[in-house]
Design a protein. Structure first.
Length: 263
């Protein structure tokens, strides 16, 4: 049974066990991501810097107990890296990768107070992150390219394509690990202007677990350089979510009771 099938079976079981209160709504925000090399020699040769990206989609929150929640989202996100070389001062490889993701975070909420005794809620939690690699693009400069009178090489990431058949502006990963796992650690604040709606401000750190490929590098046609794919994604995210309680009947109970008494 595949990782994807196991995940959806697990998520379905959890969803069926939690109480009926479910909140749903849009979520979006910026993120900063980078990659870490597994190979020590690559760490000595290359410097990796973070790149800015974004994410957006739909978030669902289940109340498990009074102050414990299961949060999950289905989002589109971009991640990436900027790689520079200690050997070639002209080398620069900036890549942006596209993903569909499903982060799951189990959180606990707590109350606090600030000036004037006004209350607020904050929360923290952790959980797995499931990512599916859709593709990507990038651009590269290097001394090798300069010798071929190529100032900059824009490229598109392709999967499973024979290096002998790729175009000049493609990078192929023959054996990609497209389903990737990671760990989320999150904290944030809760704002509840009305009882049936909620704003969540989330700060999330993603620690990648899976390599982008265990067995093959990213191969280019016009250069000898190969992009090391034994790397893991890491990142910081800020999300703002607006959630509405789906129990419409419960929201209207108070109004109908008041109207009945007024008659």
């Amino acid at each position: 049974m595949s990782k994807k099938t196991l995940f959806f079976l697990f998520f379905g079981f959890i969803a069926s066990e939690v109480p009926a209160q479910i909140l749903i709504g849009p979520t979006a925000g910026p993120n900063f991501s980078w990659t870490n090399f597994d190979d020590d020699q690559a760490r000595d040769i290359y410097n990796v810097r973070p790149v800015a990206g974004f994410h957006g989609g739909v978030m669902v929150q289940f109340r498990v107990q009074k102050r414990f929640f299961l949060n999950t989202s289905l989002i589109y996100s971009t991640k990436g890296k900027i790689v520079k070389s200690e050997i070639d001062p002209l080398f620069r490889n900036q890549a942006t990768y596209k993903y569909i993701e499903m982060p799951i975070v189990y959180t606990a909420e707590f109350k606090g107070t600030f000036g004037g005794g006004r209350e607020y809620k904050w929360y923290f939690g952790a959980g797995p992150n499931i990512s599916y690699w859709l593709g990507g693009k990038g651009s590269m400069t290097s001394g090798d390219l300069g010798e071929q009178s190529i100032d900059e090489l824009p490229y598109k990431v392709v999967f499973g394509k024979d290096p002998e058949t790729i175009d000049a502006e493609e990078m192929t990963v023959v054996d990609p690990n497209r389903m990737q796992l990671g760990l989320n650690v999150a904290a944030g604040f809760v704002f509840e202007p009305m009882g049936y709606q909620k704003f969540l401000l989330l700060f999330r750190y993603e620690l990648g677990h899976s390599f982008m490929s265990r067995t093959t590098n990213g191969v280019f046609e016009p250069v000898f350089y190969q992009d090391d794919m034994r790397i893991r994604n890491h990142g910081l995210r800020i999300s703002l979510s607006y959630l509405i309680d789906t129990k419409i009947a419960e929201r209207k109970k108070g109004k109908s009771t008041i109207k009945g008494k007024a008659r």
